[in-house]
Design a protein around this ligand. Structure first.
Ligand code: 6GU
Length: 273
């Protein structure tokens, strides 16, 4: 996969040299091109922003540098044989970035990220490129960052680990929280490793029992417990056919019951575990 990132803080993307993403780059699985937006300014001060039309606080990133930068990045990518780019515009007013979207982006050959500072980019830039290539305006959560660079790091890591051959073991993301499949839509429960006793704290006996069936059941119950506690919205949203008899028993103990439509809801009087 080819990845272009246009930013006024290329040094902010330094973490892309480290760990999983860094290794994917070293192996040639990820071809990252970092660009300094100010390379496409022509004034003495390398101006990339200006005051907003209509007034109001903050500054807006100008059309000129973004237009020239994206034209050149697109041209150089096409020249080197890349095709079908998608533009990813990180913004707190975007659609939520989810595991599903990460998987969709991981299937693309070429992504161009445009992290912005200030109050964002002049709308005409997104509108212009949306007539040429698919554009995804994406938010990584309900909070406001000072700029989109950290969001690019987040999205790149989520996408890179899904690329073929990047994770050592193909099974490694099967049970991920939010991965489609077996433990779909449940958070992962706790994990343990050696030593078996640490500061007087043991490991749940079942994990040392060697009974694979009981271990799977225990993990499932812990996942249900954790999800019910931290993300009750995920339980409510679950297709009830995903719950087996023991799931229903566990949920019932936690204060959850099926509503007339079959979906689970939590009895208001249920007490916290
Ligand atoms: Cl993608 N950008 C900014 N600036 N803030 C955010 C965000 C993105 N996602 C959540 N908050």
């Amino acid at each position: 996969m080819r990845l272009d990132i246009v930013t006024i803080f290329p040094e902010y993307l330094e973490p892309l040299n480290v760990s999983l993403v860094g290794k994917a780059r070293a192996r040639g699985q990820l071809d990252v091109h970092l660009h300094d937006l100010r390379d496409w300014t022509h004034d003495r001060h390398s101006t990339v922003d200006d005051t907003p039309y209509g007034g109001g606080p903050g500054m807006v990133m100008k059309t000129g540098p973004w237009g020239e930068a994206l034209d050149e990045v697109l041209a150089s990518g096409y020249e080197s044989g890349a095709c079908a780019p998608a533009l990813v515009v990180p913004t707190p007013s975007g659609r939520p970035f989810t595991q599903e979207l990460a998987a969709e982006l991981a299937g693309q050959p070429w992504l161009i990220f445009t992290p912005a500072r200030y109050e964002g980019i002049d709308r005409r830039v997104v509108d212009e490129y949306a007539t040429r290539i698919p554009v995804h305006e994406l938010s990584i959560g309900d909070y406001v960052l000072a700029g989109g660079e950290a969001a690019v790091l987040v999205m790149t890591e989520a996408v890179a680990r899904l690329l073929p051959g990047v994770l050592g073991n193909a099974e490694s993301h099967r049970d991920d929280s939010f991965a489609p499949g077996a433990m779909a839509d449940l958070l992962e429960g706790p994990v343990y490793t050696k030593p078996p006793l640490w500061r007087g704290r043991g490991v749940p006996d079942v994990l040392l029992s060697g009974h694979h069936g009981r271990i799977a059941r225990w993990r499932r119950d812990e996942a249900l417990r954790r999800t019910a506690r931290h993300r009750p919205d995920l339980i409510e949203r679950c297709d009830p056919s995903a719950f087996d008899r023991k799931d229903r028993e566990t949920l019932s103990v936690l204060g959850w019951a099926p509503s007339p439509d079959g979906r689970f809801w939590r009895r208001p009087q249920a007490v916290e575990e």
